[in-house]
Design a protein around this ligand. Sequence first.
Ligand code: FS2
Ligand code: SF4
Length: 538
Amino acid sequence: MFCNQCEETVKGTGCTVKGVCGKEDEIAVYHDLLIYLCKGISVRNLEAMKSGKADPKVGLFLADALFATLTNVNFDKARFIDLINQAITMRDALPPTGTDEPDACTWKPASENDLIMKGKAVGLLATENEDVRSLQSTLIYGMKGIAAYYTHAEILGRTDPAIEAFLQKGLASTLQDLSVDEMVGLVLECGEYGVKVLALLDAANTGAYGKPEIKSVKTTVGSRPGILITGHDLKDLEMLLEQSQDAGVDIYTHGEMLPAHAYPAFKKYTHLYANYGGSWPHQKEEFESFNGPVLVTTNCIVPPKDSYKERIFTTGLTGYPGVAHIRTRDDGTKDFSSLIEMAKSSKPPELLRENSPDLITGCAHDAVLAIAGTVIDAVKNGDIKKFIVMAGCDGRRKSREYYTQFAEALPKDTVILTAGCAKYRYNSLGLGTIGGIPRVLDAGQCNDCYSLVVIAQALAEAFGVGINDLPIAYNISWYEQKAVLVLLALLSLGIKDITLGPTLPAFISPAVLDVLVKNFDLKSNTTVEDDMARMLKA
Ligand code: FS2
Ligand code: SF4
């Protein structure tokens, strides 16, 4: 195996024996093979579009397949073999493009061992040129981000054929001999589609559940048994709330599900009780002490301990061997009765921390723009000197303490704009308010970085300046491929001078980094003191 797609990759170069995430060599090889087959499907379906013979199911299948290979989503061999078989069937049902098709369009396995052999042959290192590999990887990882967000939007009934077509164009492009300029163009186009898919998901979430309202969420525990729900899928939360409302149990959010409390549609569920725990790296301790069943709706699942494994349920594209999986019925519904029954006989959750503060969330674009006048006045009269976008992911590494220290060290006339699970590094520090405006404005999940862009664009308009002339600095933390997409989306909007950490992606070659530095002034984070001084400069 060779995988370098996340920030925690071994030695900052690549995982070669087993992933730090827990991904076994065999699963990594299946990931590579599945993506290879997706390239073959894309070549054929793009050609079939010209004669009206395209398969309309291809776009969503590709999105699901790419999403399944994202970090910390699915570790289940059987599910990948199933996806690989589906990919071969789908590809072979499409008309061949000619007699000189790429191997990805024609290769067939004779045995399960062939899957392994082929997956090993078509991995990342099959591309010898370091810069080509870097640009193709950046594109594929960005598209994994598109795929994840697109899947969520589709679940809520929002689709966009242009996004599906881009996934196919991007995948097919990696089988072509393109110039560096053409590959850079595709990476930037991926960022443009990133903006589109973030907007689509924003419309899907707000269309289904209303516009988030600024909300203070408690972090205490009740006396009834609970079900913990983590991940990003609001539809799963809705179905769980609906099915559990008279069961005598409470529903707690975890990780990226915290912002769900801000959606008006969930207010009627009085058993949506509190948020329990923090970001994904802490789940081993938090799932243990929760005592009740845990529903994992997306990434990030960490290989579970035996002590609580039987209380974990995956759903959607997530999976882990030996963990119960809740399937989606043909009509899109799910049956959560097994979790609910388990919860009824579970002990209530244990309190994680005495006096842990409430967490403020729901500061998405509509909620913040509703108080835009107050925010603009605070900037004009100098009460707010700078906004710092500290969005993205959390992770295991000790070096991420940088983000807590940075937030603590920020002067009191600064406001943090956040989204994603990175927020747990500083959303309970009690940083206070400025004229009633929380100093940590949490727009929501990582996809709600879209809200931060909308807020920045509205401020730029209000002040009559360009987006890079606003008093906003970007100190982004990344971990997985959705953050790669969010970064590309920000770059496509022309946002410059972004600081990225805690380390730069291993898949960015020195030459590609040079392009990013020259064109976008992208920087790696350094020390709290140096970065603070640079970012607070007028
Ligand atoms: Fe955090 Fe993990 Fe949102 Fe990422 S919960 S790192 O996948 O998606 O952010
Ligand atoms: Fe390693 Fe990250 Fe890939 Fe897991 S996802 S194998 S930790 S690079």
